[in-house]
Design a protein around this ligand. Sequence first.
Ligand SMILES: Cc1ncc(C[n+]2csc(CCOP(=O)(O)OP(=O)(O)O)c2C)c(N)n1
Ligand SMILES: [Mg+2]
Length: 343
Amino acid sequence: MPYQKKEFPNRFTALQKDAMHNLLRTMIRIRTFESRVEELFLNKKIPGFVHLYIGEEAIATGVMANLRKDDWITSTHRGHGHAIAKGAQTDRMMAELFGRKTGYCKGKGGSMHIADFSVGMLGANGVVGGGFNIAVGAGISSLIKKTDQVAVCFFGDGASNRGTFHEALNLAAVWKLPVLFVNENNQYASTTPTSFATSAERIADRAKGYGIEGYTVDGNNVIEVYNAASALIEAARKGKGPALLECLTYRIKGHYVGDPEKYRTKEEVQKHFVENNPITRYINYLKDKNLITDAEIDAIQAEASSEIAAAERFAEESPFPEPEDALDDLFSFSPQEFPEAVR
Ligand SMILES: Cc1ncc(C[n+]2csc(CCOP(=O)(O)OP(=O)(O)O)c2C)c(N)n1
Ligand SMILES: [Mg+2]
């Protein structure tokens, strides 16, 4: 899939070593969380559905490294990586996946409902394309309150075919909202290859229809994602309006854990995993430039493993919600207070 490359200013090389290591730390924390979630799901410890972000970690990591805590993101059904990179707690996430009371939704939402407003994570979303207009709403609030907060909307290639994508880009463009639309083009929407169901060869080209800038980057190169997001987020913060950033990646795991994956070959998946693993690529880069040692990599991995093991223990030891809690938090007022007419 050829595309025209734009050279964004290289801000990555201005980072301190610690910040460079933090990018790796975030990617490894996401990968470790996801790999364990896959095992736990297969061991029937986690009910419902989970969609894994394995292989796409560089996108959430490279984008979020440019955001402040008070900036917002909207996420997708494949949202664990976004939540972790934005600063959500892995123990409360794990507890939510386990259906426990200590989880982000008190165990009643599961994977596709994880949100943490305290770190600007406005929510995963079981509705494909459900995040677009929430991000636009966040952008409007930034404009009205005259804060310089930015909203980033993550969405899939499949979601770019929904009506909400077009409504959101149009309004964001007309009102010059501080919103960055980040497309994660992982080459599949469930069982459908992107090329089969998406009219534009490059999703970034759809930006032209709304008079905004659209760029494509290698979404498995965390440095490329970081540099592009840095320029576009800064522009949005300065009032220059929205942009669309398409990040090319590949969905290494099935659409959901348990997907029989009859629509692609094991060889195709293996090729991507071996040749295009964003974590391996970044480690190789850092090692080539003598920016990290093996001991430092091992320490990051060990830290991530113990964090996720602790998250699992926390989840396992937490109680389930009580049946009488079922209707709590569903309405902004209690069902008893509901007006007669709409009850
Ligand atoms: C409105 C809506 N339509 C259909 C679905 C069923 N569905 C869940 S995920 C998915 C595919 C989404 O593909 P994409 O946007 O590329 O995201 P990816 O899964 O590749 O990350 C579909 C069709 C849904 N959840 N919501
Ligand atoms: Mg997709």
